[in-house]
Design a protein around this ligand. Structure first.
Ligand code: AHG
Ligand code: MN
Ligand code: MN
Length: 335
């Protein structure tokens, strides 16, 4: 039973025994993510004061400009998880390849791998708009004590053991699931403690908010164009409200609380959309389903997609169940 005002630390201890195959390892891992989140939060909050905003002058493997905070958050999460020796591998949106952590050492009994988008919504850093971190956790599929391989990372989203995000917003929250519902914890910055503020988060079945970058409208598939027109139509409880922050974490968080849908469809410019299956779509899809919502690429359930590469992109539609159902209906009937 989750209790209000419980701290995240207390919550993790209380729920440790309810994890499948529990040995305390996953609890320690979530604790380390909590720590890294606090460190990154500290830096994000003083971003306007110190020389940490702006581009670093480099690009990541996907050809995107890296921001200083992207690199900072990436380094902090990797360092925190590596130093504590609790995982055997990590893959990050900001790294070319996965990183093996002492996994060839026979004494290393660690069985989890982590995939992260260390800083989501980087285009919002310089303008004081909410950004986030997304994480996804799997059990390795190769034997413990041998080097991790790409197979440990290219698992279907339905195999996730845990997933979550941190939103660095008007307040900082850590929201996560271990497959038993979704809980949100808010940081009290004065004492550096996360408290359970949003127990058992659920997407309302219906919503009135749609979030999509409509600048790409003319490039969208016909089914998505039709759905957007449907949202704008004067009928029943429509038109819906359009809200697009440009940070997936923040758009998702708002839609989960208020009811809504987020779309990053494929377009004639990007056949697979923009968002990354392993670092963004799978963890958000796991959270969505755990909160009674849905996530699809327009046709297939996101969590059923078999990944073929680390930085793979997929079209992404996620949110309140009835709204996602409607998009699939339009996609199916598009001409
Ligand atoms: P990231 O900052 O990790 O690269 O992710 C940005 C993503 C997502 O958070 C956001 O919703 C989307 O890209 C915005 O893309 P557009 O600017 O193309 O709308
Ligand atoms: Mn992102
Ligand atoms: Mn990112």
């Amino acid at each position: 039973m989750s209790k209000k005002n419980q701290t995240l630390g207390e919550y993790i201890i209380e729920h440790q025994s309810s994890f499948k195959y529990s040995s305390g390892e996953l609890s320690r891992l979530i604790n380390s993510i909590r720590l890294a989140a606090k460190v990154v939060n500290h830096e994000v909050n003083k971003a306007g004061l110190v020389d940490i905003i702006g581009a670093i002058g480099d690009t990541n493997i996907q050809g995107e400009d890296q921001q200083k905070l992207d690199v900072y958050a990436n380094d902090k999460f990797i360092q925190t998880l590596t130093n504590r020796n609790i995982i055997c591998g990590i893959a990050s949106e900001e790294e070319d390849d996965f990183i093996s952590i002492n996994s060839q050492d026979k004494n290393n009994q660690n069985k989890y791998v982590v995939l992260i988008d260390p800083l989501d919504g980087s285009s919002n850093i310089d303008v004081n708009v909410s950004v986030g971190t997304i994480f996804s956790i799997y059990r390795r599929v190769t034997p413990i004590g041998t080097p991790v391989t790409i197979d440990d990372f290219l698992q279907k989203g339905s195999e996730q053991v845990a997933a979550g995000y941190v939103v660095y917003g008007t307040s900082t929250m850590l929201v996560y699931t271990t497959g038993d519902g979704v809980n949100g914890f808010t940081l009290n910055p004065a004492i550096g403690t996360f408290y359970l503020s949003h127990p058992n988060l659920k997407f309302p079945k219906d919503g009135k908010i749609y979030s999509v970058n409509e600048g790409n409208y003319i490039h969208f598939p016909q089914g998505i164009k039709d759905y957007i027109k449907y949202c704008q139509m004067e009928q029943d409880d429509r038109p819906y409200t359009s809200r697009y922050i440009g940070s997936l974490v923040s758009d998702f968080h708002r839609n989960m609380i208020k009811g809504g849908i987020y779309l990053y469809p494929k377009s004639s410019k990007n056949n697979n959309g923009k968002l990354r299956l392993l670092y963004e779509c799978n963890p958000m899809a796991f959270l969505a389903e755990q909160a009674d919502g849905r996530a699809t690429d327009g046709i297939n359930r996101i969590l059923d997609i078999i990944p073929t590469e680390l930085h793979q992109r997929v079209p992404f539609v996620c949110g309140s169940k009835n709204m996602v159902d409607k998009v699939e209906e339009f996609m199916l009937n598009q001409n």
